[in-house]
Design a protein around this ligand. Sequence first.
Ligand SMILES: Cc1ncc(C[n+]2csc(CCOP(=O)(O)OP(=O)(O)O)c2C)c(N)n1
Length: 552
Amino acid sequence: MQKTGAQILVESLLAEGVDTIFGYPGGVVLPIYDVLYDADIRHILTRHEQGAAHAADGYARASGKPGVCLATSGPGATNLVTGIANAYMDSVPMVAITGQVPTSLLGKDSFQEADITGITLPITKHNFIVKDVNDVARTVREAFYIATSGRPGPVLIDMPKDVSVGVAEYTDPGPVQLPGYKTNNEPDTEQVARAVRAIEESERPVIYAGGGVVSGGAHGELLELAEMLLMPVATTLMGLGGFPGNHPLSVGMLGMHGSKYANYAINECDLLIGVGVRFDDRVTSKLEEFAPGAVIMHIDIDPAEIGKNVGVDIPLVGDVRLTLRKIIERLRPRLASQWRDKIGVWKKEHPFEFVENGRIKPQEVIQEIFNVTKGNARITTEVGQHQMWAAQYYTFTRPRTFISSGGLGTMGFGFPAAIGVQVACPDETVIDIAGDGSIQMNIQELATAVHYNLPVKIAIMNNGFLGMVRQWQELFYNRRYSYTELDNPDFVKLAEAYGAVGIRVSKKSEVRPALEEAMASAKPVVLDFPIEREENVYPMVPPGEPIHKMLG
Ligand SMILES: Cc1ncc(C[n+]2csc(CCOP(=O)(O)OP(=O)(O)O)c2C)c(N)n1
């Protein structure tokens, strides 16, 4: 049957199992919106395209399914850019669809024209401009395949208006055939054998687990491997929840604001097993002194990651879950118990610490959020000190429960992401732990949350500063607080103006009841916690120092 490009697009999305799109309309996507009017897909109208991209990202991270966002050409498309880059840096499967001016107007500086495939080339796994309506169905199939296979990532489809209104026969394009695109799922048998030998020979092994464990669904295998040899497990920010934070073998997060015991363990280990990690500089700090005495093993599905930042002795390119399984099958259990005992002592001697002084402390607020939710909430964060406190003081025991902008560090991510998470998990408690600076970057999405009855909670750690930047100014710029002090709106009134609930907490004794009230509410709630203005995040590895040399 003959169909328009827009109809074929929507049918193709349905064929990929898409049930939700986050988007914002405009002139050249009107044909697509017209089809969506009665399609069996839920469209969430955000208040900014950046919000749509982050919501699709949050939806994908929480559900494991690809997130889909849709925007018009020109400014609509460029407003998606930060969200696409964010998904790219954190390897999140996403399909972004943009409208484009008609093919006859391309390259003529036409109204609302932007070369979005050119702009997003370095921040997408792949992108397409569809110039023939006969290619729509196949392009959508390929886009979803590329976004979700191998190392996941965002794929963009640019749809010129004449393609959306053009007509063609709709037939299912069948299985994807991309001879130039290969994923490396099976690890090399010889390398697996080397890995097993190295693990069996090591006295002081440490596992360093990243976002690849979460996105690769390898948490079960990771737990099994760690328990077989009593190996301590450190995670990156992205890896939180990939290993239960309350497990005796967990040493929590490593790196710049990681635990002291995780960083000491990395410094003294003789074997470092990186699983689905990038050896990011926030983790390694001074590269020459990172894990100085260790044989380095790296398991990753993306061969381009191996050796990118550190020299790797034992590379294992393959699906993380499959590779761990192959290692487990060959490994003989043997317990590195002396090493475990040593780490146990570090854990006792160097816990996370803060000074209690009767005022509202962000660390305590986060502990209370953990207590009130019994650790069962899905937590998103913005970027800054509050993000690090959330990582340090909330214990994540399940994958896909901590959702944060790791690679790009995008302020304004957490709240729209929380909207996407709440859409994906309607029966769960979703909380955005925010800073007063970050929340103002996408606060307009309160209207979205209210409109769709999404009971997302926002807990603002309000220090009247761009806190993380202020902390660096305090420590490294002689307290010269250049443009980091904030005059904030009244967040309670702002919440109410949007139709949400606003709660201000002025005393420590009110923290718990306020949180209980918020969790019991069926509405979006903004909680304003005035915290100490100059509270710092510790421990901290100063930039350029080796990771075992921490302040605080
Ligand atoms: C879009 C964007 N702009 C600037 C930055 C740089 N930056 C990192 S943390 C931070 C301060 C965040 O302040 P706030 O949200 O109030 O959180 P706090 O650190 O006080 O918890 C800034 C400006 C960023 N990460 N993202």
